[in-house]
Ligand binder design. Structure first.
Ligand code: FAD
Ligand code: SF4
Length: 499
C-alpha cells in the first residue's frame, strides 16, 4: 500500500484524497487524529465543537477500513501511536501553527493546499510587483474571474460591469419582518451526533473542557451529502434574493438569503469551485438575476480566496498587529454571549443568535459585533480569539484577516482603505432593530444616546490624528468640529455601564 496520508479535521471532502489532484494514491491508508488538547486550549462554542467532531467521525465512518481514527491528547501523540516514524503525507494545513507542526516532523511530507481556487504560487505571481500596500481585494477578484473564466463573456465581465454592489446592499424591504424565502437546509442528526453529545457532556462534567453557547440540534452539514443538499437548496430557493439583501438584517429573519455554507466550505466538505459554478449555471439558465449570482461568486472567489492568501502572505506576526494601540479587555457578558449585559437591542439580538447557533451573517459580525469592539478599543488579538471560538465557521486563517484587518483596522489599512464602523444611523437603515430599542440612533448624548453613535464619535476623536490623514476619513473627522457636546459625550463614554 501507499504511504499513510493524514487528513486534518478541515480536509473532509473527496478533493482531499484525489490522486488526480495531487492527493494520496488510491490505496494509501488514511489517518485521522482527534486531538483533545485543541478543545482544552480555548472555551469553544459547543455547537462548533459538536460540528467538527461530528463531521470528522462521520467521515471516518464513510471511509471505513481505509482510515485509522486515533483519539489522542495531541497531534504528535496521535501520530506516534498510529505510525511511529513511518513516512506520512498531508495536504498543506490551514493555520500557521499546524503548518509549523507538520514541518517540524521529519517523517511528514507536505503536499500542496486543497480547497481553494488559487494556489499559493499563482497568488505569489499575482502579488509580485504590486507591493503589500496594493493587494486590494477588488483587483484580486477581477483577476480570479478572468483567470478562472467565471461569469465572463469573452474577456468582459458578464453584464458589462465587474461590480454590482450598487444593486446589492439594499435595506430590508419596507415593513417586512422576513424576506419570505424558503428556510435554509437543516440536517437530521444521526447516532454519531448522539455519541458526540455524550462525549461533550462527559468532558464538561469532568471539568476537562469548558464550553460556551448552546448545542443543538446540529444546524450545519457534517457530511458531503448534507453539504451538497445545502448547496442545492441554496441555489434553487435562496440565491435569487441573495444580492439585493445581502447587507440587510431583520430581527425575525436571522438567515435572510444567506447560504450558510461557510462551515461546509471550511470543513472541506464543499469545494469553492463547485459553489461558484452552480451559481453561474443558475444565472445562465435564467433562474437567478446577475446581481445575486455575482454577489455570491464575489464572496466565494473574491473574499474567501483573498482572505486565505492574505493570511499566508502577511505572515505569522500579522495576528499581533495593533496599529490603533487598543488594549481594553472584552467584558465578561460579551465573552459569555450573554445578551443581558447590554440594553442595545441590536447587540442583544445578535449575541443571543450567536449563543444559540454559533452563526450570524456578515453584517452583524462586521457592523455590530466587530464595530463595537473597535469603538470600545478592545484588544484585537482577544477579539480575534473570541470570534474564532464563538463561530461554527471560525478557523485561524479566516478569522485573523477578517478580524485583525477588516473589522479592527489593527493592520493600519493593509487590507481595507478605512475602518468599518458606523453610528446607529447605518444600523437603523439596514435593520429593524432601532424601532424597539430603548436608545435612539440619532441621539449621541444623554439617557437615549445610542452606544454606536456615541462610540463612533468617541473613536474618531481618539484617533483623530491618524484618521484625518486618510482621504476616505477626512470628512468624517471634520464632523467632530461641529459637535458642540463633544466633551459631554467623551465623559459619558468613559463611564459606560456595559463595559
Ligand atoms: P454568505 O453570505 O452566503 O457568503 C457566501 C460565502 O462566501 C461564505 O459561506 C464564505 O465562505 C464566503 N465569504 C464571504 N465573505 C467572506 C469573508 N470576508 N471571508 C471569508 N469568506 C467569506 N467567515 C468564515 O468562514 N469564518 C469566519 O471565521 C469568519 N469570521 C468573520 C469575522 C468577522 C469579524 C467578519 C466581518 C467576517 C467573518 N467571516 C468569516 C466572513 C463572513 O461573515 C462569513 O463567511 C459569512 O457570514 C458566513 O455565512 P454564509 O455562509 O451564509 O455566507
Ligand atoms: Fe442598536 Fe443604537 Fe439602534 Fe439601539 S438605537 S438598536 S443600540 S443602533
Amino acid at each position: 500500500p501507499g504511504t499513510v496520508h493524514w487528513l486534518f479535521g478541515d480536509q473532509l471532502g473527496p478533493h482531499f484524497i484525489d490522486p488526480a489532484r495531487g492527493g494520496p494514491r488510491r490505496d494509501a491508508p488514511l489517518l485521522m487524529i482527534e486531538a483533545r488538547s485543541v478543545l482544552r486550549r480555548r472555551r469553544f462554542h459547543r455547537a462548533k465543537a459538536h460540528l467538527i467532531l461530528s463531521a470528522m467521525r462521520h467521515r471516518a465512518a464513510e471511509l471505513g477500513d481505509r482510515v485509522r481514527y486515533v483519539k489522542a491528547d495531541t497531534y504528535r501523540e496521535g501520530l506516534r501511536e498510529a505510525v511511529g516514524d513511518a513516512p506520512v503525507t498531508v495536504h498543506h494545513p490551514t493555520s500557521h501553527a499546524a503548518l509549523a507542526l507538520v514541518r517540524s516532523l521529519p517523517s511528514v511530507r507536505v503536499l500542496p493546499a486543497r480547497g481553494f481556487l488559487v494556489t499559493h504560487d499563482e497568488f505569489g505571481r499575482w502579488a509580485d510587483g504590486r507591493g503589500t500596500k496594493h493587494l486590494r481585494q477588488e483587483d484580486f477578484y477581477r483577476w480570479v474571474r478572468q483567470s478562472h473564466d467565471l461569469l465572463m463573456e469573452g474577456d468582459r465581465p458578464a453584464g458589462g460591469r465587474w461590480n454590482l454592489d450598487h444593486d446589492n446592499r439594499q435595506p430590508p424591504p419596507r415593513g417586512a419582518t422576513d424576506l419570505g424565502v424558503p428556510a435554509p437546509y437543516h440536517p437530521r442528526e444521526s447516532e454519531i451526533d448522539d455519541e458526540v453529545r455524550a462525549d461533550l457532556d462527559r468532558w464538561s462534567r469532568d471539568g476537562d473542557v469548558e464550553f460556551v453557547g448552546e448545542d443543538g440540534p446540529r444546524g450545519f452539514p457534517a457530511t458531503r451529502r448534507e453539504a451538497l443538499a445545502a448547496l442545492h437548496r441554496f441555489v434553487e430557493h435562496r440565491l435569487a434574493t441573495f444580492g439585493a439583501y445581502e447587507d440587510a438584517v431583520l430581527t425575525e429573519d436571522a438567515t435572510m438569503s444567506h447560504s450558510l455554507l461557510s462551515s461546509s466550505l471550511n470543513l472541506g466538505l464543499l469545494d469553492p469551485a463547485e459553489c461558484a459554478e452552480r451559481a453561474e449555471a443558475a444565472w445562465r439558465s435564467g433562474d437567478v438575476p446577475l446581481n445575486s449570482a455575482e454577489g455570491f461568486v464575489r464572496q466565494i472567489t473574491g473574499w474567501r480566496e483573498y482572505v486565505w492568501h492574505v493570511y499566508w502572505h502577511f505572515g505569522t506576526r500579522y495576528r499581533e498587529s495593533n496599529a490603533l494601540g487598543h488594549h481594553e479587555p472584552l467584558p465578561d457578558w460579551f465573552t459569555d454571549l450573554s445578551p443581558e449585559g447590554t440594553d442595545a437591542n441590536c447587540l442583544r439580538h445578535v449575541l443571543r443568535q450567536v449563543g444559540e447557533t454559533g452563526w450570524t451573517h456578515h453584517i452583524p459580525r462586521l457592523m455590530i459585533l466587530g464595530s463595537l469592539a473597535l469603538q470600545r478599543g478592545w484588544e484585537p488579538g482577544a477579539v480575534t480569539d473570541w470570534f474564532h471560538r464563538s463561530f461554527v465557521d471560525g478557523y485561524d486563517w479566516v478569522m485573523v484577516p477578517n478580524v485583525v484587518g477588516m473589522s479592527q483596522y489593527a493592520d493600519g489599512g493593509r487590507m481595507t482603505t478605512k475602518p468599518y464602523t458606523s453610528g446607529g444611523a447605518y444600523i437603523n437603515r439596514m435593520s429593524d432593530f432601532c424601532g424597539s430599542c430603548r436608545y435612539k440612533p440619532t441621539v449621541r448624548v444623554g439617557e437615549d444616546a445610542c452606544p454606536f453613535t456615541a462610540g463612533y464619535w468617541n473613536l474618531l476623536h481618539r484617533h483623530r490624528t491618524r484618521f484625518e490623514h486618510n482621504p476616505r476619513m477626512t470628512q468624517a473627522v471634520r464632523g467632530l468640529d461641529r459637535l458642540t457636546d463633544l466633551e459631554e459625550l467623551l465623559e459619558q463614554e468613559r463611564d459606560r455601564r456595559d463595559r
